[in-house]
Design a binder for this molecule. Sequence first.
Ligand code: 3PG
Length: 209
Amino acid sequence: KTDNLLAILRAQPVVPVLIVDDAKSAVLLARALVAGGLTAIEITMRTPAALDAVKAVAAEVEGANVGAGTILNARDFDAAVKAGSTFIVSPGATRGILDAAKGSDVPLLPGAATASEVMALREEGLEILKFFPAEQAGGAAYLKSVSSPLAGTLFCPTGGISLKNARDYLSLPNVVCVGGSWVAPKDLVAAGDWAGITTLAREAAALRG
Ligand code: 3PG
């Protein structure tokens, strides 16, 4: 499962974090992102359409690895897996989510922001973690500081990251990719400017090129 998650996350430097209002535009948005080279896409469970969007993207967007984000409990976890998520993202971790993940083939990317949280998740056998909220919790300097004492843990920092500061994270040895919503800005999505989104995705995909 760890290898599977690593392969999904390694495929691009930036995982788009999406808040979607309907499944149809989620499919078009996901296609635009994949066309720009971003194949792993996180759809957050923050809107009524989110689960249907995961289903639709999983079924209709070739080349996409659709994950579900903002998973807050075991019930959400199971529903997201049923909908076709290939990975599950949580801002933190609870006993319920960890147990659901143990019983599933679908890998979990749980959130951690302190050394103790990282250590607790390592004890659960999890080696790839979301550092959240990245900028607010100490940013790239924080991750650099923990790279030696918490060696062997890989992070996908998310929260407050953009084209401006993404490289600060991506240059660290303990960062596998970053997450961010900047590749799918609300105004471009509302306007259906899929070509504009593909351009942003291309820029993001080239961050480590
Ligand atoms: C979120 O909380 O929506 C995600 O972590 C993305 O954060 P961002 O909008 O700062 O990229």
